[in-house]
Design a protein around this ligand. Structure first.
Ligand SMILES: NC(=O)c1ccc[n+]([C@@H]2O[C@H](COP(=O)([O-])OP(=O)(O)OC[C@H]3O[C@@H](n4cnc5c(N)ncnc54)[C@H](O)[C@@H]3O)[C@@H](O)[C@H]2O)c1
Length: 363
């Protein structure tokens, strides 16, 4: 028999057994669980990505809920194992849940939590950082400097792109896309073209309306413009940052083999990637491309955000175990994050609450 995975146990006599497949930042999430009579087991095994078999062994014969990670494959096998162990609650520590088969969770009556509302600005800031780093060739220049190659100022040395007055294109102007658009419009006075299935009314109003548009006018500056494109192709055609592509969403939205070919054929085209098609691997050739900036899926990696995600994931699981209703607006989760008062008696965000017929909180 395989050796059991290493775990750290908190409050061993707690009534509800909750597993976290990884250690997570902060301690508030741990305290919230143990104060509410949970026995918490945190997997401390030195293995970055746990397999389905690993997680089955952690769940064991009796388990009330699991906090898991986006690197894990939560499908039929794990939800049936959790259900057999008496568990009715799972939460991803992520806003995205493309690693979760929600239909399988519905079949076994398991609530699936996620953590919206705390990643938006942090993720948008990383997208903005990658945009700047790509436009101004920061990583290439840093490598050049460290290699001792700098022997004096030159007119052509690492010439990049000016963002001011150019057009930024956003595909998917939801929470993160809109926050990123605002940063680029407000910070660098870029015009905006976006494509989304829905109209981003608040974003449009921000660009031209009372807030930023008026501010620019009052300061005698050129107003910035926005346009909703009717297709993704239109965004690519009209956006000036077509020479710069940023992906902070999920790896498979980009064909990485085609990207490597394009980077090779067009040295002035630059890309900033936080996520990869076959994460954690990069397609052959990508790591050698000077015009690519690659970072290891760190878009949500600010202390505030990661601690907030841990808290929300723990409260999703705890809330379901306790039979609490679902919070009315998953984007307004501040009451759950206030360290000076107990969190509301609700689950912050359960993505299959409608399918499971769970009641909505009146708080
Ligand atoms: N890299 C990271 O660490 C990281 C962190 C947070 C979120 N994410 C990812 O970022 C993405 C966006 O997160 P969010 O919180 O802004 O989500 P969101 O739901 O608020 O926004 C997504 C937007 O995309 C639009 N959309 C969906 N399908 C589309 C299509 N085919 N064409 C055009 N638009 C489409 C939706 O209408 C919506 O406005 C998710 O994929 C999430 O998993 C990544």
């Amino acid at each position: 028999m395989a050796k059991p995975l290493q775990v750290e146990v908190y409050n061993p006599n707690g009534k509800y057994r909750v597993i976290s497949t990884k250690s997570m930042p902060g301690t508030r999430w741990i305290n919230l669980l143990i104060e509410q009579d949970c026995r918490l087991e945190i997997c401390t095994q030195k293995k970055t990505i746990l397999s389905v078999e690993d997680i089955i062994s952690l769940i064991g014969d009796r388990c009330d809920g699991v906090i898991g990670q986006l690197t894990e494959d939560w499908g039929e096998t794990l939800f049936s194992a959790l259900s057999r162990a008496g568990g009715k609650a799972f939460s991803n520590m992520a806003v995205g849940y493309n690693n979760v088969d929600v239909n399988a969770a519905n079949k076994y009556g398991v609530a699936v939590g996620n953590t919206p509302g705390v990643l938006t600005e942090t993720t948008a800031e990383l997208a903005a950082s990658l945009s700047l780093a790509a436009a101004r060739r920061i990583v290439e220049a840093d490598e050049f400097m460290r290699a001792g190659l700098y022997d004096g100022w030159l007119p052509h040395l690492f010439v990049g792109n000016l963002l001011k007055g150019q057009t930024v294109g956003v595909i998917g102007a939801g929470r993160i896309g809109s926050a990123y658009a605002r940063m680029m419009v407000e910070g660098f006075k870029m015009n905006l073209i976006y494509y989304d299935l829905y109209q981003a009314t608040r974003l449009e109003k921000f660009v031209t309306g009372m807030s930023y548009g008026q501010f620019l006018k009052a300061n005698g500056e050129q107003p910035v413009t926005w346009k909703r494109a009717s297709s993704m192709d239109e965004v690519l055609r009209e956006a000036d940052v077509e020479a710069i592509l940023i992906n902070c969403s999920r790896g498979p939205v980009i064909d990485e083999v085609a990207l490597v070919e394009h980077l090779r054929a067009n040295p002035m085209f630059r890309v900033g990637l936080d996520v990869f098609e076959d994460e954690p691997y990069m397609k052959p050739g990508l790591s050698e491309m000077k015009n690519a900036i690659v970072v290891p899926h760190i878009a949500s990696a600010s202390k505030w955000t990661r601690e907030g995600m841990a808290t929300l994931a723990a409260l999703n699981v705890l809330g379901k175990i306790k039979g609490y209703p679902i919070w009315g607006d998953p984007n307004r989760v501040e009451p759950f994050l206030d360290e000076n008062s107990p969190p509301p008696a609700a689950c912050p965000s359960i993505v299959n609450s409608k399918a499971l017929g769970l009641p909505v909180s009146k708080l």
